[in-house]
Unconditional design. Structure first.
Length: 54
């Protein structure tokens, strides 16, 4: 299940498998599904993640 994180007055959704954070819940869900099924990250999905330290 995607984790919801409040950071700097905005809501982020974190993939429970790899830890990448997204501003759009659907991308976090797609990431989590991919990670769980393939035991890896998908670069096309990860491209929508927020950069660390933003």
């Amino acid at each position: 299940m995607v984790k919801i994180i409040q950071e700097e007055n905005r809501k982020l959704y974190q993939c429970d498998e790899c830890g990448l954070r997204y501003t759009v819940k659907e991308w976090a869900e797609k990431c989590e599904d991919w990670c769980r099924e393939h035991k890896s990250c998908n670069l096309e999905i990860a491209a929508h993640a927020e950069e660390n330290g933003r």
